[in-house]
Design a binder for this molecule. Sequence first.
Ligand code: ADP
Length: 263
Amino acid sequence: RGGTAEPVIPFAQPGSLTRVYAIASGKGGVGKSSVTANLAVAMAQDGLAVGVVDADVYGFSIPRMLGITQQPTKVDDMILPPIAHGVKVISIGMFVPAGRPVVWRGPMLHRALQQFLADVFWGDLDVLLLDLPPGTGDIAISVAQLLPASELVVVTTPQQAAAEVAERAGSIALQTRQHVVGVVENMSWLEQPDGSRLEVFGSGGGQTVADNLATATGTAVPLLGQIPLDLALREAGDAGTPVTLTAPDSPAATVLRDVARTL
Ligand code: ADP
């Protein structure tokens, strides 16, 4: 027999019951990975079987945010993903030597993603979250090709400049015919001791992205939530125990849990 068979991706099979969300952003540092990690944990706390693929090749941070230090193990031809806080996780960071930059080109990234989806023993998942690299690069296209039914969640800050690039990342859905589920605005404001809100990064970015993507795609694109700046969120992420676990009643965790329940 000539040629190599395409690996079978369970989430791409007809009748798959796993909902797949790709978390996208225009640029780095807007909190895409923090949102992904917290949504995953919030969903797992609600009793869902959740997997995360950290496909942010150049800035993989999911293992750290979820406190994962174990490596995946191999059984026969399958890769067993480490589990943290009830979430199964595979990251590109688990397959590259520590401290070395990832310098893979598009085709290699595509194959890596294919392996993460086909060769990892995910079991029956209710939800699979993919943490995409920022922007509109090769991985976003690969995700759309390998998982045509995946839906996009776009993360942005309120800043107009950030919103413009986020919109570009979201409008990739037009080409790939993916559904945009909604927009999450992060770092929306800092609550002052007197209860007033300091809008550190301006305001309106999330709503603008949602409105413009709705117009571009001809579908409803809601603003799913606005997450305030929160010291606890940053500290919890650094410590590997997301804020949805450490401070579940904080304003940030409350918004994240609401978004998780909307998806
Ligand atoms: P991205 O994945 O978009 O590059 P990250 O999730 O890695 O962004 O977030 C960048 C940094 O900002 C991290 O140190 C994270 O802890 C911090 N951060 C993200 N969202 C918030 C927030 N709402 N409040 C405080 N810090 C945040």
